[in-house]
Design a protein around this ligand. Structure first.
Ligand SMILES: C[S@@+](CC[C@H](N)C(=O)[O-])C[C@H]1O[C@@H](n2cnc3c(N)ncnc32)[C@H](O)[C@@H]1O
Length: 271
């Protein structure tokens, strides 16, 4: 079994994605999406960005490695009556079945960054984008002091050491790595640009309940708690995460825990 698939089919990422809908829609609103544009949303989850893109009239294909998330996405699309949106299973590092030059835009928000084999991922994304098309990635940034980067950092400290040859997904948040990966796929440096942006997580409940949701539903945190339990350190992990969520919470709206997270927005022009 593919461990990457196992990780994301664990728990139920839709429960975390529900806290990300507003920022997903806002981001999509900045991409100049219009009716008829062919868009691939890679590592799409249950459609946080694919659904708003389809609502703007684009023809959207969502591809994700997790079967449960693909099914959840298709259920959401059906419920909304979106005929121009389809979700299917696939691996960002091997988009077999998707022809060359077939999309005007490839979007991957905290998605393809989690696929192992980053050079293959860059090659596949570029291959399926048509000349003149665009690639937009949202990637978490290693050692960034804000929310998700810190969750992943804290979680990693409790997990067993990664296998030899493991390349951290967080390296997608380092400009030099991104440039190198797209260069190896034939994209010149001048066509890759970066800007820092913020995603807002909005959760209906207290910060500690939001930690509990990550513990039950978010693959990397589930793994961290499993590893911590084996070493009798689950309480330490819970306390560290409680403190992080509490500290970073802005609570602008009553009863809602709102936490901002900085990410790297990568734009690539394909020639
Ligand atoms: C943090 S979630 C983000 C989901 C979605 N883009 C969103 O913004 O809600 C990461 C997603 O990447 C998917 N993923 C991880 N590895 C993948 C791979 N190799 N190929 C395709 N999708 C992958 C996971 O299944 C999961 O849905």
């Amino acid at each position: 079994m593919n461990p990457n698939k196992v990780l994301w089919e664990k728990g139920d990422f839709t429960r975390i994605a529900e806290s990300m809908r507003e920022s997903g829609e806002a981001l999509v609103g900045t991409l100049g999406i219009r009716k008829g544009l062919k868009i691939l949303d890679l590592g799409c989850g249950d459609g946080t960005t694919a659904i708003p893109a389809a609502k703007l009239g684009a023809d959207v294909l969502g591809v994700d490695i997790a079967r449960n998330l693909v099914e959840a996405g298709n259920r959401r699309a059906q419920k909304l009556g979106l005929k121009n949106l389809r979700f299917q299973e696939g691996d960002a590092a091997d988009l077999a079945g998707l022809p060359n030059n077939s999309f005007d835009m490839v979007v991957s928000i905290f998605g393809a960054m989690f696929a192992p084999k980053p050079f293959e991922v860059a090659k596949e994304i570029v291959r399926v984008t048509r000349p003149g098309g665009r690639i937009v990635m949202g990637n978490w940034i290693p050692n960034d002091p804000t929310f998700v980067a810190q969750i992943l950092k804290i979680s990693a400290a409790y997990a067993p050491p990664p296998a030899e040859g493991f390349i951290s997904p967080m390296t997608w948040g380092i400009e030099a790595n991104v440039i190198e990966r797209f260069a190896s796929a034939g994209v010149p440096r001048a066509n890759v640009s970066f800007v820092r942006d913020t995603y807002m997580f909005n959760f209906p409940g207290m910060p500690s309940a939001f930690v509990d949701a990550f513990r039950r539903y978010y693959g990397p945190t589930i793994d961290a708690f499993e590893a911590a339990e084996k070493n009798d350190r689950a309480d330490d992990l819970k306390s560290e995460l409680d403190a992080l969520f509490e500290r970073q919470s802005t609570n602008l709206r009553k009863g809602i825990t709102s936490i901002p997270a900085t990410f790297m927005r990568v734009k690539v022009a394909v020639e």
